[in-house]
Design a protein around this ligand. Structure first.
Ligand SMILES: Nc1nc2c(c(=O)[nH]1)N[C@H]1C(S)=C(S)[C@@H](COP(=O)(O)OP(=O)(O)OC[C@H]3O[C@@H](n4cnc5c(=O)[nH]c(N)nc54)[C@H](O)[C@@H]3O)O[C@H]1N2
Ligand SMILES: Nc1nc2c(c(=O)[nH]1)N[C@H]1C(S)=C(S)[C@@H](COP(=O)(O)OP(=O)(O)OC[C@H]3O[C@@H](n4cnc5c(=O)[nH]c(N)nc54)[C@H](O)[C@@H]3O)O[C@H]1N2
Ligand code: SF4
Ligand SMILES: [Mo]
Length: 690
């Protein structure tokens, strides 16, 4: 058969977005290349995207539904047909709902990877089940929800227009393409002359390129933000016209940040006064300036106020909705998320969320995953009996891994869909093999807030009898007595989502992407979508919900003689969270978990390069391997996130040995607004391991 090149986009290795050309011969993938003609990525690509072929043909792929035969986690399975698997799944969920009500069942997904996250929410809403656990409390929701409350939209960095200054705060876009904004776009802006300020405890590739690198003490971002706000008020660096016409609460804010002088902030953040002053002045005066924020600011028990403070910075400096600043990007003309998830079919859902029992803001669609596991353990406020998880590996990715383990052992019925057997899947009663990127037609970036969606047409049939998650959910939904709300085939689902745009999936695939309107200054006509119609420096919504209306710093983690280092982390460059340690070309680049430690600290502790190191925190201890580096402060260590060892047979050992979430806890301080747990700035001790 003739060779066929298929134009598609990368997905499911990070948020995705790079244009790819894929060669298929006789129904088999042959080659993957970056698409130089893709208008968004323009030939940008990374080793993960090119490893998609290895992912599809990996011998360890799950290829058939599996039913547990031995004890939970023993690894004894019976293969079964999809018909039987769906019968068991539907039967268990229906029995549970019949006996314990819709609250007795739950769903869970980790990082959203494609459309299936929304179809999962749809199924839950149609069943009137409020329990959809997710990682959103530590991933995007702190930024998104505090911005919505403050200025009525989610302000994304505008790489479509020239900018004079990028304030890169707690993100490393060259490694992560955070928010689906490809690192290439960030690098292009630097080439075009934007001045760069980086707030990061690590001298990253980006920090090396920066005019000012603020090597912040982990976890003190809220204090630095207050210091910036203080300086901008005190030195009259704010945009007077914008502040007067378009904000409320300026005088309250100015009063509240008065005490955060450079000397106070320097003492708390480990920075010098001069650096703080220089950086605040540069961002405030280089107009337009953009704030490119990242995941690190969402990993403290003060995540909401940290994020809100950064929105206030954008507003005070007149950088909201201006070209080259932070802008509102609208979803293209496709089905709205609220419609796709059938939000209206579940009136009163907000009041039924577990979040309500914990004071978490009444706007979230999901429950922090740690809270779901806590409720399973405590059977409070109600007993959860059945859990379905897709695209998540919480034994590795959720805070307090030991608690997750206990919850998974306790649950009556657990089903997991994944593309590989994972520590989490190994605990299931039913394991469902999921198809992945290049094996089915998919829509990328739906629901991400930067205004584009990308076509990810499939190129080959799924491995074995794997099914796309959207097919699993569609077929399961019909078996739950919800046929009128699901589709004949998942292709019909895709066509329905695209319908408002007036194009078919095939036309979308040919076109490659769809973009929404992204205009500037829309507030001049409509105001801001907040109760006052202005940017609320003093938040009336926060006040109504019982949270502090001004974004002030909280308490910070303290080191002591027992735990003298601050531990932090970041995303793995060559993997997606805990996934894909099986893929050889990626594993060759990053074979083992590393802890970055300063050579002086290592010398003091008798630790040499590559040596096994035991890391202890109040919550537990793990082993990683020393990487000596002057890119961090001697008082800070950076451990790798996401590690387990698929090659090891003993599942227990494989998930506990190097898993950073054995060092975190869901029982410590939490953000009152969002339920964020502390994932960075954890006091720890390190020692050479025997
Ligand atoms: N300590 C600490 N914890 C963290 C973070 C941190 O920085 N530090 N980061 C947090 C963040 S931002 C996030 S988003 C979460 C991520 O949390 P998770 O999403 O739970 O991350 P993973 O552990 O990668 O789990 C994803 C699983 O999905 C599977 N998978 C991949 N593609 C597909 C697919 O197409 N279909 C199906 N069914 N499965 C698939 C993978 O094989 C893998 O087992 O972790 C959070 N946890
Ligand atoms: N390669 C790869 N790409 C990914 C992912 C992946 O797993 N692998 N995951 C995807 C997901 S779901 C997400 S949410 C994004 C996240 O992507 P990013 O926003 O880039 O977040 P991280 O990599 O978690 O951390 C970014 C930076 O925070 C720094 N940092 C650590 N502690 C602190 C601190 O206390 N304060 C400050 N200011 N900085 C700190 C780290 O050194 C790191 O350079 O990446 C996405 N892209
Ligand atoms: S940067 Fe992200 S989207 Fe691009 S090829 Fe790599 S993993 Fe895929
Ligand atoms: Mo994330």
């Amino acid at each position: 058969m003739a060779d066929k090149w298929i134009k598609t986009h990368c997905g499911r290795f990070d948020h995705g977005g790079c244009g790819l050309n894929v060669l298929v011969r006789d129904g088999k993938l042959q080659q993957i290349r970056a698409d130089k003609n893709d208008p968004y990525s323009r030939g940008y690509c990374c080793p993960k995207g090119l490893a998609a072929l290895e992912r599809v043909y990996h011998p360890d792929r799950l290829k058939q539904p599996l039913l547990r035969k031995g004890g939970r986690g023993e690894g004894i399975w019976e293969p079964l047909s999809w018909g039987r698997a769906l019968e068991i799944l539907a039967g268990e969920f229906q029995d549970s709902i019949r006996n314990g009500g819709p609250e007795s069942v739950a769903f869970c997904q980790g990082a959203p990877k494609g459309l299936e996250f929304f179809i999962l929410l749809r199924l839950a809403n149609l069943l009137n089940t409020p329990n959809v656990g997710a990682s959103q409390h530590v991933c995007h929701m702190p930024r998104e929800q505090t911005a919505l409350a403050t200025c009525g939209f989610f302000p994304v960095p505008d790489y479509d227009a020239p900018t004079r200054c990028i304030l890169l705060w707690g993100s490393d876009p060259v490694r992560t393409n955070e928010e689906g904004i490809l690192g290439g776009r960030f690098l292009d802006a630097l080439k075009q002359g934007a001045k760069l300020i980086v707030v990061d405890p690590v001298r990253t590739d980006a920090a090396r390129r920066a005019k000012i690198w603020l090597q912040i003490r982990p976890g003190t971002d809220d204090l630095l933000a207050a210091g910036f706000l203080h300086l901008i008020c005190a030195e009259n660096l704010f945009n007077h016209e914008f502040v007067e016409k378009w904000t409320i609460g300026f005088s309250e804010l100015r009063g509240a940040v008065r005490s955060f002088s450079p000397s106070v902030v320097a003492a708390g953040t480990g920075l010098s006064e001069e650096q703080i002053i220089e950086a605040a002045r540069l961002y405030a005066t280089a107009s337009p300036g953009m704030l490119h924020w990242g995941n690190a600011i969402e990993h403290s028990p003060n995540s909401a106020q940290t994020c809100r403070a950064l929105v206030l910075l954008m507003a005070l400096c007149g950088n909201l909705e201006v070209p080259g600043g932070n802008v509102k990007a609208e979803l293209p003309k496709v089905m709205r998320p609220a419609e796709l998830i059938c939000l209206k079919k579940f009136p009163g859902r907000v009041d039924k969320l577990l979040n309500r029992h914990h004071g978490i803001m009444p706007r979230l669609l999901t429950v922090p995953n740690w809270l779901l596991f806590r409720s399973i353990l405590d059977q409070s406020p109600y007993a959860i009996k059945c859990l379905f998880m897709q695209g998540t590996n919480p034994l590795i990715s959720c805070s307090g891994a030991e608690d997750v383990d206990r919850a998974l052992l306790k649950i009556h019925f657990l089903a997991v869909s994944d593309i590989f057997m994972t520590p989490t899947a190994s605990m299931a009663d039913l394991v469902l093999p999921s198809a992945t990127h290049l094996e089915f037609n998919d829509i990328g970036h739906y629901g991400l807030p930067h205004g584009h969606i990308f076509a990810r047409p499939g190129a080959v049939d799924p491995a074995g009898s794997a099914w796309p998650d959207i097919k699993i959910l569609n077929e399961w939904g019909k078996r739950m007595g919800l046929a009128p709300h699901f589709w004949d085939t998942e292709q019909d689902m895709l066509e329905d989502v695209l319908k408002p745009s007036g194009i078919t999936y095939q036309e979308f695939a040919d076109q490659g992407m769809l973009s929404g309107k992204s205009g500037y200054y829309s507030y001049l006509e409509k105001g801001f979508a907040t109760p006052s119609g202005k940017v609320e420096l003093y938040s009336s919504l926060f006040e109504d919900w019982g949270y502090p209306p001004l974004p002030l710093p909280g308490a910070h983690a303290e080191v002591d003689a027992e735990f003298p280092f601050l531990l932090t982390t970041r995303k793995p460059r060559y993997f997606f969270h805990s996934a894909f340690r099986q893929i050889k070309s990626l594993r060759d680049r990053d074979p083992a978990p590393k802890i970055m430690i300063h050579p002086e600290a290592a010398a003091r502790l008798g630790i040499s390069e590559g040596q096994a190191v035991r890391i202890h925190t109040q919550s537990g201890s793990i082993v990683q391997y020393a990487e000596l580096s002057k890119n961090i402060d001697p008082g800070v260590v950076v451990a790798d996130f996401g590690w387990w060892f698929p090659e090891k047979q003993d599942q227990e050992l494989a998930w506990k040995e190097s898993n950073i979430n054995c060092l975190t806890s869901s029982n410590g301080p939490k953000d009152p607004v969002l339920g964020t747990v502390r994932l960075r700035a954890i006091p720890c001790r390190v020692e050479a391991a025997s």
